[in-house]
Write a protein that binds this ligand. Structure first.
Ligand code: NDP
Ligand code: HSE
Length: 421
């Protein structure tokens, strides 16, 4: 018999406990051994959680319990779970975690501490989709050319409702929280940080890149307006929060941001809490992974898959590379990333304004691919100019936005969304 201890019996932890009990027969048949939860840990013992396992308030009751073989970390946070996971590994226990924030900051240290002990994290990225297993095992014959995906269920749920139903941002965020999709601090979701944590985990497995969130370009969905949505529709785009990793020569670009993508592309059709990730390998070509990216049972499904793998004895290097044999690729500085850009600005409705704006683009060597002029619904004497640029570097568009915002005829901030064709 294999005994499990669960650190954090919240949305995911409660599902793990219940599925291990309710699907015990099939799980035992697949793992080859009976798997039982010995105990779990919560902050507040008086809360009702719908589980039948023994609970305590002290994480060390699990981490130091000599009878527990596998510690499952589902409490969230960074430094506290790091200390507990480290302790569990030092105590000789295998660990399973769904905590991408922990891994975004400490995955290489944890790999070192784990040594030959299993430390598995399938649920950390794209919830119930087995994308970690696909990259670590299924695609190991390939150089990875690119990874692109919807990696945050909360943002996709919100964008879908905002775009399809005109729903209000705050209302829909509250709904995502009630459904158990959002992080304890939802700014991690809407600010793009959660997706960046997942992208960094995938980038380690695909490219051996040891980067932290601070090193890469991260933007969220907070500034998307109905004007952007309408423009995107007119020009045949959907708007999604994407995590993107691309091999460019001997470097890898990593970025998370709201993105306009052609509405006929496969991931443009992925709605609601669903996630989808495409991986292009140099030998396999394009592969697509699709499924629920958040929610208790979907995430628990991936957590339990890791437990079964550990019980079966399946493992390899935690981050997919044998130590010392990493790819040697470097992180591309964010200013050097190239993209097409959509820009929206409110300008005075006066003669010569359009010429002034396009003159500035020309001086900065940015070429315009398309443009539109709309009434500014909030101000009679203004109009909105919307541009799509040809491909240019991130540093050029940042310079252009700063220069545009200094022009007297431009009112307020210039909004920008990157475009992937
Ligand atoms: P919840 O907030 O629902 O659950 C967290 C649990 O941990 C709660 O039971 C909480 O106790 C307990 N906890 C937190 N801190 C402590 C502490 N210091 N001591 C003891 N117990 C503690 O989170 P989720 O289940 O949603 O998420 C868990 C992890 O899984 C996170 O890392 C998250 O990023 C990740 N994840 C979540 C997904 C989802 O869809 N929800 C999907 C994929 C990954 P109490 O209930 O008493 O407050
Ligand atoms: N908050 C995360 C999301 C949970 O919405 O995708 C899954 O990692």
């Amino acid at each position: 018999m294999v005994k499990i201890g669960i650190l954090g019996v919240g949305t995911v932890g409660a599902s793990v406990a219940n599925i291990l009990e309710e699907n015990a027969d099939i799980i035992e048949a697949r793992a080859g051994k009976k798997i039982v939860v010995k105990s779990g840990v919560v902050k507040n013992l008086s809360k009702e959680r719908g589980v039948s396992i023994k609970l305590s308030e002290d994480p060390l009751d699990v981490v130091n319990d000599p009878e527990i073989d596998i510690v499952v970390e589902l409490m969230g946070g960074i430094e506290e779970p790091y200390a507990l996971v480290k302790k569990a590994l030092e105590n000789g226990k295998a660990v399973v975690t769904a905590n991408k924030a922990l891994l975004a900051y400490h995955r290489y240290e944890l790999q070192e501490i784990a040594g030959d002990l299993p430390l598995m994290y399938e649920a950390s990225t794209a919830g119930g989709i087995p994308i970690i297993g696909a990259l670590r095992n299924g695609l190991s014959a390939n150089h990875i050319n690119s990874i692109q995906g919807i990696m945050n269920g909360t943002c996709n749920y919100m964008l879908t409702k905002m775009i399809n139903e005109g729903a209000q941002y705050d209302e829909i965020l509250k709904e995502a929280q009630e459904l158990g999709y959002a992080e304890a601090d939802p700014t991690f979701d809407v600010g793009g940080f959660d997706a960046s944590h997942k992208l960094l985990i995938l980038a380690s497995i695909a490219y051996g890149i040891d980067a932290k969130p601070e090193d890469i370009l991260i933007e969220g969905i907070e500034n998307i307006t109905q004007a952007d949505v309408a423009f995107a529709k007119d020009f045949g785009y959907a708007i999604k929060l994407l995590g993107i990793a691309k091999k460019v020569g001997e470097a890898v670009e990593l970025r998370v941001h709201a993105t306009m993508i052609p509405e006929e592309s496969m991931i443009a059709k992925v709605d609601g809490v669903m996630n989808a990730v495409t991986v292009v390998g140099d030998r396999v070509g394009e592969t697509l992974y699709y499924g629920p990216g958040a929610g208790g049972d979907a995430t628990a499904s991936a957590v339990i898959a890791d437990i079964v793998d550990i019980v079966r004895g399946n493992q390899g290097p935690m981050l997919g590379y044998k130590k010392g044999l990493e790819s040697g690729l470097r992180l591309l500085p964010k200013e050097e990333i190239c993209s097409h850009y959509y820009l929206r600005m409110s300008v005075d409705d006066k003669k010569g304004v359009l010429a002034t704006v396009t003159q500035l683009f020309s001086e900065l060597d940015i070429s315009i691919e398309g443009m539109m002029q709309n009434p500014d619904n909030d101000h009679d004497e203004r109009v909105e100019l919307l541009f799509i640029t040809h491909e240019c570097q991130e540093k050029m568009i940042q310079e252009a936005m700063q220069a545009l915002e200094k022009l007297d005829v431009i009112n307020g901030k210039v909004a920008m969304i990157r475009i992937e064709k």
